[in-house]
Design a protein around this ligand. Structure first.
Ligand SMILES: Nc1ncnc2c1ncn2[C@@H]1O[C@H](COP(=O)(O)OP(=O)(O)O)[C@@H](O)[C@H]1O
Ligand SMILES: [Mg+2]
Length: 299
C-alpha cells in the first residue's frame, strides 16, 4: 500500500478522477479519498497542494451534515471518526492516518448523469451567454446586468455529465426526458433549496457562493445527493469583502494558480508546468482560509 498525497493505492479502486480516488468496500459502501491534486483549465497540474484534499473532504462532510435536514445524502462518516470503524471494520483500521483524514465513507448510488448546476450570480459561461444574447441557459434576463451581479433569483442550469469533452447545457425538458418529470423536479427543487441555504450561511461568514454543481443518485429507489458538496472545486467562491459587480471577481481558491499559469505563457495543453513554492503556499492558505471561515473551526 503506497500513500502519497498525490495518488493512493488501496485494493478495489473503482474510479480515479482528476482529484479523488474512489474505492469499493462492498456492501454498498464506497471510500472516497481526496488527494492533493489540483486541476486548472481542466488539466491536472504536476504539483500537489499540501492538505488541499483534507480541506475538500472535511468541507464536503461539513455541508453534508449541515444540509441533511433539507435533503438526504450519501455521507456516512469521515474515515477518521469512530463511526467509520463500525461501518467498515475490515478496512478503516488498516488505513494510514494520512488517508483517514482525507477519506469519507459514502453509500454507493446509481448515479444520475446530470450535473445539477445552480447559479446565484452572473459568472463564467453564464456571463458569456448573457453578454452575447441577453439570456442565461436560454432564459431572458433583465438588461444592464454586470459581470458578477446577483441574479434576481437563483437559476437551475443543468448540464450533461460528459465523460470526455465539455458539459453541454440541458433544458429542463431534456432533464425530464432523461429521468422523468418527478425525478427532474425533485432534483431541481433540492438543488435550489440546498444552494439557497448554503449561500445564506456562507454569506454570514464573508464568502459568496456564486454558483455550484451537485450530483444525485439513487439508492434502493431513493433519490439522494452524492459526490462532493459546496467545495471550492465544485463551486465558485468569492470573498464578500471587496465584492463589486463589474470589477474583477477573484475566485477564492485557484486564483493565484490561474494567474501564475496565465502569465507563464502556458498554452493550456497538457502537460502543465510545475508551480513555484510561493504559489503553492498561497493557494494552500486560501483553501484553509475558506475552510476556517465557512466552518468556524480552527485548522
Ligand atoms: N455515492 C456515489 N455513488 C456512486 N458514484 C459516485 C458517488 N459519489 C460520487 N460518485 C461518482 O464518483 C466519481 C468521482 O469522481 P471525481 O473524483 O469527482 O472525478 P471527476 O469529477 O474528475 O470525474 C464521479 O463520477 C461521481 O459521479
Ligand atoms: Mg467530480
Amino acid at each position: 500500500m503506497t500513500t502519497t498525497l498525490w495518488q493512493t493505492d488501496l485494493p478495489n479502486l473503482l474510479y480515479r478522477g482528476k482529484v479523488r480516488d474512489t474505492y469499493d468496500l462492498g456492501r454498498g459502501i464506497l471510500l472516497m479519498v481526496a488527494t492533493d491534486r489540483i486541476s486548472a483549465f481542466d488539466v491536472v497540474l504536476p504539483t500537489p497542494i499540501p492538505e488541499k484534499g483534507v480541506v475538500l473532504a472535511k468541507l464536503s462532510a461539513f455541508w453534508f451534515r449541515q444540509t441533511a435536514h433539507l435533503f438526504p445524502n450519501h455521507f456516512l462518516a469521515m474515515a477518521d471518526e469512530p463511526e467509520a470503524q463500525r461501518i467498515a471494520p475490515q478496512v478503516v483500521p488498516t488505513l494510514p492516518p494520512e488517508i483517514r483524514r482525507r477519506a469519507m465513507l459514502v453509500r454507493r448510488a446509481k448515479r444520475i448523469d446530470v450535473e445539477a448546476v445552480v447559479r446565484g450570480y452572473l459568472a463564467g459561461s453564464a456571463w458569456a451567454e448573457y453578454r452575447s444574447q441577453g439570456t442565461v441557459h436560454g432564459q431572458p434576463l433583465p438588461p444592464g446586468l454586470r459581470e458578477g451581479e446577483r441574479l434576481p433569483e437563483p437559476l437551475f442550469t443543468p448540464t450533461t455529465k460528459a465523460t470526455t469533452g465539455h458539459d453541454q447545457p440541458l433544458s429542463f425538458t431534456q432533464v425530464v426526458d432523461m429521468v422523468g418529470r418527478s425525478l427532474a423536479e425533485r432534483i431541481r427543487d433540492a438543488t435550489l433549496k440546498v444552494y439557497s441555504y448554503a449561500h445564506d450561511r456562507a454569506l454570514q461568514k464573508g464568502i459568496i457562493i456564486a454558483d455550484t454543481k451537485m450530483e444525485f443518485g439513487l439508492v434502493d429507489g431513493q433519490l439522494i445527493l452524492i459526490d462532493e458538496l459546496l467545495t471550492p472545486d465544485s463551486s465558485r467562491f468569492w470573498d464578500a469583502q471587496g465584492y463589486q459587480p463589474g470589477r474583477s471577481l477573484p475566485n477564492f481558491d485557484k486564483q493565484f494558480v490561474r494567474d501564475w499559469l496565465t502569465q507563464s505563457g502556458w498554452n493550456r495543453e497538457p502537460p502543465a508546468p510545475p508551480l513555484p513554492p510561493d504559489v503553492v503556499e498561497k493557494t494552500r492558505q486560501r483553501y484553509i482560509d475558506a475552510y476556517r471561515r465557512l466552518t468556524g473551526e480552527p485548522w
